[in-house]
Ligand binder design. Structure first.
Ligand code: GUN
Length: 298
């Protein structure tokens, strides 16, 4: 068997077109175009690419964007001050601090990621990283849905892959993907995306015993561990759906967390890397930026 490839690029394009159409309507109703402000601290090459892609995607959707570049030597006070000025700026609807924050030069105070993310106004928190937004999500009444897990839910739904009643194994417990993904899939009230959720979820991680065995019980396997090709073909139940969130650089090649060539022999559907989950994250960021503008326009 050779698995169907889930075309994240195509689905992301569809969503981006929908957002662009909704932005047009929003502006036609007399509102200013939504605006996203991104802060990039330091020179991390991958982050530079991500931020540039986000700016380009905003532009194509009719969303205004601004990028604040700050040097790797930025102090916590300087960064918090910049965030506060964006919080106060009524023309800015969404704020995104690109992660990871740079390593600290010796002797400089550390940039505490938590403290930085906590400083973003929860109404402008388009990444959905603030404790308020995480809490609302946990309670099944989200304001913003975190972009990558929301993109995955959209992709499954738009590919007619049902999650209700299914066993989903999420491998990886990061704050950005694994944890919120598990929570969203388990929701019962449709708050976390269209008619999906209602899944039975296992959240596996680096300390999980019998990982291969547990993975083999998954109807849908979501790999978000950040370890190249850690999920092998023999960890996948024949006919399972495999979603690969990993983007790992190995010898100048991008590989996922799943050994693709093995997995596609076993799975019924699988996301490629690149061109799978990645493009959806940006599409859902645009969605959240429009949502932020709508919430602030009320
Ligand atoms: N770095 C990697 N993924 C993300 C993301 O979704 N948001 C932000 N702000 N930084 C990231």
């Amino acid at each position: 068997m050779s698995a169907t490839r889930l075309d994240g690029k195509q689905i992301a394009l569809e969503i981006r077109n929908e957002v662009a159409r909704d932005v047009q309507q929003f502006v036609a109703a007399g509102n200013a175009p939504p605006k996203l402000a991104a802060i990039l601290v330091g020179e991390d090459p991958a982050s530079q690419v991500y931020v540039r892609n986000k700016e380009r995607a905003c532009q194509r959707a009719g969303i205004a964007s601004q990028l604040d570049r700050m040097p790797a030597t930025t102090t916590p006070a300087e960064l918090l001050e910049r965030i506060d000025s964006l919080n106060q700026d009524a023309s800015v609807n969404g704020i995104l601090v690109q992660l990871p924050l740079p390593e600290t030069p010796v002797g400089e105070p550390a940039l505490d990621e938590r403290a930085v993310l906590d400083a973003v106004d929860p109404m402008k928190d388009v990444d959905a990283f603030s404790p308020i937004n995480v809490g609302l999500l946990m309670q099944g009444r989200p304001r913003f849905l975190p972009c990558t897990p929301h993109g995955i839910i959209q992709m499954l739904h738009r590919s007619q892959i049902e999650t209700a009643g299914k066993h989903v194994v999420v491998v990886g417990r990061s704050e950005i993907v694994g944890k919120p993904m598990a929570m969203m899939l388990a929701q019962k009230n449709g708050s976390c995306g269209p008619e999906t959720a209602n899944a039975t979820v296992t959240l596996a991680h680096s300390r999980t015993q019998n990982l291969a065995e547990i993975c083999r019980t998954a109807d849908i396997l979501i790999a978000a561990v950040g370890r190249p090709e850690m999920i092998r073909g023999n960890m996948i139940r024949p006919g399972a759906v495999v979603v690969d969130v990993g983007i790992n650089r190995v010898d100048d090649r991008l590989v996922g967390d799943v050994a693709f060539a093995e997995a596609e022999q076993v799975a019924s559907a699988i996301t490629p890397v690149p061109g799978g989950v990645g493009p959806l994250t940006i599409a859902m960021l645009l969605h959240n930026t429009l949502l932020a503008a709508k919430l602030q326009a009320r």
